[in-house]
Design a protein around this ligand. Structure first.
Ligand code: ADP
Ligand code: MG
Length: 591
């Protein structure tokens, strides 16, 4: 493998590389940099997240532009504000010895005048998000008519986020004969189309297989009942005391809820989703970067900008709707040469998706058991023992040693150790000694053959044709208010004044809880499990049937029932980091 020197970069850049501590080029850098330095060509480069793509296009761009000119020559488009800022910062670091270099970052949510001023200063390179860039072009605050190099970074994400039109519009303001370098982790059809329509005979490099996950990530799944999802999450966290993780949920609501429960239960957790203000999101990300948050619960969209290198675990609390999204989630760990684990908590009804994911990432999942209570106690105990063993002694304790010694005068070393560790151990032991086994049997193959009606629940809902619904509009309505995915509501059957629909059993609690006092157009919408098994099973009823008309009382009281049923979650034990002798000191940094 080459050194950076072999690749042909100039002295200023090599000096910066030494400062950054990059010893040798990563694979994508090794492949892309010589091509970009030595030829005027378009390029499509496919490589996983965390493989060093920024430097793969950043160094060649810095090498090739004319620093003495104040014309904008390079344009880098990236999907999110976070990435945009991150790339701009990296470019400044790479170019720290290039005298006269100006890099401007252009993104939404900040002053457009300030950004225009940055550009005016003579920015040779602009790093931008598509939305704000388009805005600035239409207000004539930027001139990209002399661009020589344009980069589409994380092209798959930009298209996912609906920036296709913006990108098209932006590129139409750039010269025909510029070079375009497209970087992407995956190659869906949409990216291939961009390459075809906007690029001229691009050279193509691929690191690993297309759409393949990072080599450094192992994949595990845990099969549990849907109602045990949260308990399983806690056990996975407790079994990994030094976990530093992103926990993915499907909806903003679930994200918020899971984060809140974790915090209540004493974990260092935080939520990241689109309903938070930019300011709140910045704060959460700051705490995560400082390791004050160990479990960042996030939606897929919000997690796109996460650029933290040492994430140990990605936990799929729920699987994503789109299987491709899994690649992005798991790519948040195993970055920069480190290893990582991607865990999936899966219920029987969706375990078959694991197989489809395996096909896409071309790697096998390992089916693992959720650790039982005693295993967790052991892990926690040994982790504490190691921590004590490696703790530096605080000599200020010397002053109290006399008193402490006299207290333990008659205590042997063994006994002292036992007592000392019991402080921590008993907490976990008491919580976990009666803990049940959360694992259920079955694999995706078994579950596939057992795929039957009994896994879905049929509901009655008191709206129908009279209210203007047909099956399609009712399905859309339900999906939207319940924040469900494409196929989560099915077998919708609309009658005159009422209707039926199905969901997977695991969504039952959510559906019923949602409709406990839901009003639409000024009237209560009542949903109950239907006893009508004819259509698809629907399962046992826990409440009476036959409430075929508006029945407010029924709806409200059944809501109370559901809430009661759900409130039996215990929340002990508190997280080890939030008490033990750690509680009074500032956050330890992991490792
Ligand atoms: P990608 O864009 O592919 O997701 P990044 O460009 O963000 O990856 O790089 C991931 C991390 O790896 C960054 O922290 C970066 O500083 C580091 N990195 C990049 N190239 C090298 C290298 N050659 N040697 C060591 N670390 C590197
Ligand atoms: Mg990147």
């Amino acid at each position: 493998m080459n050194t950076f020197h072999d690749l042909g970069l100039n002295e200023d850049l090599l000096q910066a590389i030494t400062d950054l501590g990059f010893e040798k080029p990563s694979e994508v850098q090794d492949k892309a940099i010589p091509i970009l330095l030595n030829s005027e060509t378009d390029l499509v480069a496919l490589a996983q997240t965390g493989t060093g793509k920024t430097a793969a296009f950043g160094f060649p761009m810095l090498h090739k532009i004319d620093i003495n000119s104040r014309t904008t020559q390079g344009l880098i488009l990236s999907p999110t504000r976070e990435l945009c800022l991150q790339i701009a910062n990296e470019m400044k670091l790479y170019g720290k010895y290039c005298k006269g270099l100006n890099v401007a970052a252009i993104y939404g949510g900040a002053s457009i005048t300030d950004q225009a001023r940055e550009v005016k200063r003579g920015a040779q390179i602009i790093v931008a998000t598509p939305g704000r860039m388009k805005d600035m072009i239409s207000r004539r605050l930027v001139d990209i008519s002399k661009i020589e190099y344009s980069v589409l970074d994380e092209a798959d994400e930009m298209l996912n986020m609906g920036f296709k039109e913006d990108i098209t519009e932006i590129l139409s303001h750039t010269p025909e004969d510029k070079n375009t370098w497209l970087f992407s982790a995956t190659m869906p059809k949409e990216v291939a189309a961009i390459a075809k329509n906007f690029m001229h005979q691009p050279q193509e490099i691929t690191v690993g297989h297309k759409n393949e996950g990072s080599k450094n990530v192992t994949h595990e799944y845990y099969l549990v009942n849907a109602r045990d999802r949260y308990q399983a999450l806690k056990r996975l966290a407790d079994a990994n005391p030094d976990i530093f993780s992103v926990v993915f949920c499907r909806t903003k609501r679930d994200t918020q809820k899971v984060a809140e429960r974790l915090i209540e239960d004493g974990y260092n957790a935080g939520a990241l989703h689109g309903d938070l203000s930019q300011n709140q999101r910045d704060l959460v990300m700051k705490s995560f970067r400082n390791n004050q948050i160990q479990m960042l619960v996030a939606t897929d969209v919000a997690a796109r900008g996460i650029d933290v290198d040492d994430i140990t675990h990605v936990i799929n609390y729920q699987l994503p709707d789109e299987i491709e999204t899994y690649t992005h989630r798991s790519g948040r760990t195993g970055r920069a040469g480190k290893t990582g684990v991607s865990m999936v908590i899966v219920s029987k009804s969706e375990v078959r998706k694991i197989k489809s994911i395996e096909r896409i990432i071309k790697k096998a999942f390992e089916k693992k058991d959720v650790p039982n209570g005693m295993e967790i106690c052991e892990v926690q105990l040994m982790s504490l023992a190691k921590k004590v063993h490696s703790t530096e002694v605080n000599t200020d304790i010397d002053a109290y040693l006399g008193d402490i010694n006299s207290l333990f005068e008659d205590t042997s070393k063994d006994e002292l150790i036992k007592k000392f560790f019991s402080v921590e151990f008993s907490r976990f032991y008491n919580y976990y000694q009666k803990a049940s086994d959360l694992n259920i049997s079955g694999s995706f193959d078994e579950s596939r053959s057992g795929e039957s009606n009994s896994k879905s629940t049929r509901y009655f809902i008191n709206v129908g044709k009279k209210d203007g619904y047909d099956w399609m509009s009712l399905k859309d309505f339900l999906k939207e208010i319940l924040e469900l995915g494409r196929d989560d509501v099915f077998k919708v059957e609309v009658k005159d004044s009422f209707s039926f629909f199905n969901t997977e059993n695991e969504l039952k609690e959510k559906v019923l809880a949602f409709f406990t006092d839901f009003k639409h157009d000024g009237r209560f919408v009542n949903v109950e499990v239907s006893e009508n098994r004819g259509r698809s099973g629907g399962g046992r009823r826990d409440r009476g049937r036959g409430k075929r008309r508006d029945d407010r009382k029924g709806g409200a009281s059944s809501g109370g029932e559901h809430k009661k049923r759900r409130s039996d979650n215990k929340s002990k034990p508190r997280r080890s980091n939030s008490n033990e002798f750690a509680s009074s000191r500032p956050r330890r940094s992991r490792r």
